[in-house]
Design a protein around this ligand. Sequence first.
Ligand code: FHN
Length: 496
Amino acid sequence: MKKLFFISISALLFFGIFSKELMAQEQPMAQRITLQYGSHREGKRMDAEMQRWREYGLGQFIHWGVYAIPGGHWEGKSYNGAAEWIRSWSEKSGAPAGWQKTYDNLYKQFNPTDFDAKAWARQAKDMGAKYVIFTTKHHDGFCLWPSKYTGYTIKNTPFKKDIVKEVVDAYDAEGIDVYLYFSIIDWNHPGYSSGIPKAEKDSLAYEDFKQFTRNQLIELLTNYPSAKGLWFDGSWDAAWIEQAAWTDELEKELRAFRPGLIIGSRFRADEYGKRHFDSNGVLMGDYEQGWERKLPSTIEQTKGNDWDCVMTIPPNQWGYNSDWSSSYIKTPYDLIAMLLQANSLNGNFVINFGPDGKGRIRPEEGDIAKQIGEWMRVNSEAVYGVTYAELPKPDYGYYTKKGNKLYLTVFNKPVNNIIRVAMAKTAEQKPSKAYFLADKKDLKLVSHNIGLDRDNNLYYDITLPDDFSSDMPFVIVIDLDEAAKKDQGNYRDALT
Ligand code: FHN
């Protein structure tokens, strides 16, 4: 492996592809190096399962586990990090004495008597989520299903019941697709290591851990056959990155085991340690999973790939944190703006929820879900199954498109009440009608050539009613019509 690594590094240096700019780009075929464990696909997956994924628009993430008991605080002390990471709190950074031992025994009190998977699923459905990503196992290694490969599971808590099964069944019943989140980090497994094992006994232990990981993944796919995909996390560990050959095999095995399975770009690295995109800049996995708590602002940044953005409601807390008092909490308005930004650039947007130790979704999150749901009930046509509209982003908000309908979700209402849509004179489709999505009321639509020098656009002015006001974003539907092309003759370019 080392020798291969050395030769490969030389090859990379020879081709000059260690330059940052070049690495960010997909390499032209002629300049690509041969990779054994890089991406195995050119272009997007076009099968029905992936097409369904592409149309979700909005999803829900749930981070839940033993960490919900402390909720970021213990014995009057507060952990200064993401609540789901609290097990890694050290005494040096203020943890109560014996913290990790305390944490490792917390599962004995995990008894979420208020957990009601059906209520969660109904709430997600009301919010408009089309898929859920559920943490079967986070970095602490605690399994919310009764894995037969470890004792650190729900089975050995006072609660006992298989939580993953309850979630899968409840969400399936609501028609919400389930994706199983799985962290390859496991602080509970004796063979787990973040760094590359050096001593022989550690390497052997890591081999055990690899087998354990593989077994758990097959177990999850076996136990929950309706799950549509695996959502991986934690694959940044040096030890895992070094396993390019093995992880590549494992991915093939998982895909063969469950045809149609969806796996993002956060599972494995290629033989040069490149993650998400291989050393030729080609996406590894079915969609890009690198947009965590961030969004692209241009279509170029998405490199034409499928992608999802996962987003927390507070700044960076995925698991339950009992104290939100000093954090900015994103409003439904903020989240809807992010949702539309994602959808307008071909991405899905996934909002995270962190239930408490009793299994309750906190009231603030419930409220946010409810308000987003109210908005979605009126406007979801601009969210589900839409694509990038191939138009520059308008200052008013975001465009999305489906068939011959262009949706403009307006966040900035112009002071003169006239929304001016610019379209290239050469565009094949032209606006023929505009109306509010909410009540289908027609809006006045007038086209102009406003006579700017060397301007390649035509302008379509949509007038909002004088008495119209809205404290939430609203959607204007613009019907696009081939026949309207004939109108082009009515406009003249400006003379110079
Ligand atoms: O470390 C985790 C974090 O706790 C959380 O699970 C997020 C969700 O995408 N993933 C990791 C950080 O990238």
